[in-house]
Structures are given as C-alpha cells and as structure tokens.
Design a protein around this ligand. Structure first.
Ligand SMILES: [Fe+2]
Length: 341
C-alpha cells in the first residue's frame, strides 16, 4: 500500500493544480480519458464541474489541496483512501499475461493463477470498486486483451453482487469473466492484429475462439464446468443469431448472458491509443437498442448497477456513428483486438 494521502472531495471544491487520483460517485461519467492527471486549466475544471461526477479523489502529495480553511475542510468528506490499486492491477495484468501464455503451452491453464487473479480483483472491488474500473478504462495496445479480461472480471463481480447472487456463483462468474476470451490464444496473430475489416473466412476463424477456449478449459483446467460454458457461450445472442451454437433466450445460461453484457460494455467504453471510448451513457443506450442481442431484463439491471437510467424509448436511438466511425454491431464481437488504422 502506498503512503500517499488521498482525499475525496466534492467536485465543486476542485481547483486548478489538484492532482486527480480517481473519481468517486458516478465515476463512469468522467469526462476525461485519463483517470489520473493534474487539473491544469479552467477548461478542464469547467468540464469536471459540468459533468455528473459528484466527487473526486485527489492526491495531496502530487498537487494542491482544497482551498481555505477549516470550514471548507469540514465540508470535505475526510475519506482517506489507501493507495495500491495501480500496483495490484499491474500485478494482476502480469499474471493474466502468464495465464494466457501458459494456456497455449503443454502446461495448459493454471487454475491456481486464475484463482489468484480473481482474488486480487475481488479484493479491489470489495474495497475500491471505482479504482479498478477507472484503472482498466484506459487500455494500452499491448495490454488490451489482458486488461479487458480483468475489467470484464471486475464488472461481472460488481454486477453479480448487485444482483445479490450467491457468493460461490459470484466467484464462478468472475472466473468466467477473466477467461472468457482465452481461446483467442489459438487464433493466428495475423487475424487478431489485422488492420481493417476481416474477410468472411477470417471472421469464421475468429468465431472459433469460444469453442477453442471451452476445449482448453474443459480438458483438465480444474475450473468448474460453468466457467467453461461461459467461455463457450459469451457470444450467443438471445434471438439465436450469435455463435457458436445459435442458442436462444433461456437456452443461454444466465452466467453467459451476464458476461456477454459486461464484455460488450467494457469493449465499447474502453479508451485505446487509437480511439476514444464511448461514454457509459452512449454505450449503454446503444446496447439497449440492439434488439435480440442481450437479455433485456438483465441489461436493465446492469443499468441500475452502474447508476444509469434505462433510456427513453421515445428518443432517437443512439447511432453506431456516435461511437466510432466505421464500427458496426457485428464488428464489436471481437474488436478489442483491432489495431490502429
Ligand atoms: Fe470473445
């Protein structure tokens, strides 16, 4: 744990010169691509104050503190937050890299390592739920698949807790969220990293990753069958148009339906070196318009979990172009591996 002193303050107490360490309530609505930075201009301050973020966590060791006096300080919630989220995430990312690498070797999937990463994520979402998701929001090119896995694991953990699911089930869902894309280690790099649109044949190869992942998990990983099934069915859609089995509605396990929502939400909202992420509102509103893709009841619950209103159906549906030029729904299935054009 870091010794730095972190202080949670109301956004209206923020001023230029403060170092933003993270966001408190409504963290998903941060107007900034970075979760940690120094507030350096009045424009940034204005953007913060006009956002629906309510509180920010500042690092007193890296910037100025709240202005004024004891009276201002007394209004400030003295919510000291211990550091260490970034270090824990970095450690977890290294472990996921190792899991993916060993999965593609004769050694296979190391269950203990998978469990250890979920322990780290579980600790973070139990003590600092905003921190891990702020940290995973910004993905580097190299780490994207690993950080996406961790982010999905964390989102699934938060969502499953929100649904008040049994603790053992929450754990299995987190395990599934972490390894849902592990089959991609068996997809040729040329396809995973291809610039631009995949050909029909390449899409076909890409769409084998749930089955490849399932085979890897089912053959001796020691992980529960539910975890392997989540991997197998995370691209199924409730209208039967998904893959690999074209399952419909309740033929798809609740676990796979939960992971599917978290997988797409993280992919849409992630900031990458070559694209800005969609805002949580834009991503969620778009997902709500994709008829037949997600379990609508679960999706509504997910909105509640992340503090968003279910969209008004009378409004114009969010256009795909609100997200990223050239990105259409089918491309989203695997676009986390797309590279800059
Ligand atoms: Fe996938």
């Amino acid at each position: 744990m870091s010794n730095s002193t972190l202080l949670e303050i109301d956004k209206n107490e923020a001023c230029v010169g403060m170092f933003i360490h993270g966001f408190g309530k409504q963290w998903l609505n941060s107007p900034f691509a970075l979760s940690q930075f120094k507030l350096s201009s009045n424009d940034e301050l204005k953007a913060l104050r006009e956002s629906s973020v309510t509180t920010v966590v500042i690092d007193l060791s890296r910037g100025v503190g709240p202005r004024g006096s004891a009276s201002a300080a007394s209004k400030t919630r003295q919510n000291l937050v211990s550091g260490g989220g970034a270090a824990a995430l970095s450690q977890a990312t290294g472990m996921v890299r190792s899991i993916f690498s060993s999965a593609n070797s004769p050694k296979g999937i190391d269950r203990q390592q998978v469990e250890a990463v979920v322990d780290v994520v579980d600790e973070l979402i139990g003590t600092r739920p905003t921190a891990i998701l702020n940290l995973t929001k910004l993905k580097t090119k190299d780490e994207m698949s690993f950080q996406h896995s961790i982010a999905v694991c964390a989102l699934v953990g938060l969502f499953a807790r929100h649904l008040k699911l049994d603790g053992k089930l929450v754990r299995m869902l987190c395990l599934g969220g972490l390894v849902h894309d592990i089959g991609k280690v068996r997809i040729p790099t040329a396809i995973l990293t291809k610039n631009g649109t995949l050909t029909a044949e390449e899409v076909e190869v890409m769409q084998t990753h749930p089955r490849k992942g399932y085979d890897m998990l089912a053959r001796g990983s020691g992980l529960p069958d539910l975890v392997a099934k989540v991997c197998l069915h995370h691209h199924e859609k409730v209208d039967g148009s998904g893959y690999p089995a074209g399952l419909k509605g309740e033929e798809i396990s609740v676990a796979a339906r939960i992971v599917a929502i978290c997988d797409v939400f993280d992919a849409l909202t992630s900031v990458r070196p070559y694209k800005r992420g969609a805002t949580p509102e834009a991503a969620a509103a778009m997902m709500a318009t994709w008829q037949g893709h997600f379990d609508q009841m679960l999706l509504k619950q997910f909105f509640g979990c992340i503090g968003l209103q279910w969209p008004d159906s009378r409004k114009r549906p969010m256009e795909t172009t609100d997200l990223q030029p050239g990105l259409s729904q089918p491309d989203l299935d695997d676009f986390q591996f797309a590279t800059p054009t």
